[in-house]
Write a protein that binds this ligand. Structure first.
Ligand SMILES: [Zn+2]
Ligand SMILES: [Zn+2]
Length: 264
């Protein structure tokens, strides 16, 4: 029996003896192990409750809402009415933004929101891989193989990066294995300007706040490319829109957006 096997056995014995504190409600629970079920290469149904089995109690793990049809076929906004097919929302009809299509795993509330906060603000980076795996499932579900050339995170300003120590959007994708030729580029975009936090701002204020905040690191890198931007949350889309605009100005053919969560 090798060292790693012993260690793994020891850790599971410790987990069985000492309950773990749920990251959301604080209740104690026994960790369930977050192995992904085998899918024989098929695209798995993104299952947050399975992915969070090590960090959240069984009750909280059920408390999340997957994005499901009908939603806006462009920006992914989930319609309140649960009837009918996907179609364009009023906002996209009126003023379509710079990105072509946005998709998300779930609604930005309850446990998905708690998981994102735990990763981002409490530095629980162990959540990045299971959440990133779910994001990859969403990507494979909504994009055809070979449809994207570059996958890039929405960047943080270097001051914010220093405070936090990581870019959560990059942590979600850095372990992705993209067999279809897409390349993960950490620094495709840079945040030139530190912008005040957007919480509490309306759409117009956000747009003004974020204007000209981004630039491309290497001129020419995005030229002719189909880019997938990745972020943790899509709220008004002002940040994603500014990023997409910057990439299109740098010659990108198309910019799409993938996030864990979508604000209602
Ligand atoms: Zn809980
Ligand atoms: Zn829309």
């Amino acid at each position: 029996m090798g060292g790693p096997v012993v260690r793994r056995w020891l850790f599971s014995a410790i987990d069985a003896l000492f309950p773990f504190c749920c990251r959301r409600c604080g209740h104690l629970f026994l960790r369930g192990g977050s192995q992904r079920p085998a899918t024989d290469g098929a695209v798995a149904d993104p299952d947050l409750s399975q992915a969070l089995a090590d960090q959240f109690c069984p009750v909280c793990r059920q408390r999340w809402t997957a994005v499901s049809s009908p939603f806006c076929s462009r920006c992914g906004l989930v319609f309140k009415s649960r009837e009918g097919d996907n179609h364009l929302c009023g906002r996209c009809l009126e003023r379509p933004g710079a990105f072509t299509r946005a998709r998300a795993l779930g609604i930005y509330d309850e446990t998905l929101r708690s998981a994102i906060h735990a990763l981002k603000f409490r530095g629980i980076v162990a959540l990045a891989v299971p959440l990133g795996d779910l994001l990859l499932d969403v990507f494979r579900r909504h994009w055809e193989p070979g449809e994207i050339d570059l996958v890039a995170p929405v960047p943080l300003h270097r001051r914010r990066f220093r405070q936090r120590g990581f870019n959560q959007a990059y942590l979600l994708i850095r372990h992705w294995n993209l067999p279809t030729g897409g390349t993960i580029v950490r620094d495709l975009l840079v945040r030139r300007r530190a912008t005040p936090p957007q919480t509490g701002m309306d759409r117009r204020q956000r747009r003004r706040n974020i204007k000209n905040a981004f630039g491309v690191r290497q001129p020419g890198q995005a030229a002719g490319k189909r880019v997938l931007l990745v972020d943790d949350v899509l709220t008004t889309g002002a940040t994603a829109d500014a990023c997409a605009r910057t990439l299109l100005q740098a010659g990108a053919e198309r910019v799409d957006l993938l996030t864990l969560a979508r604000a209602l």
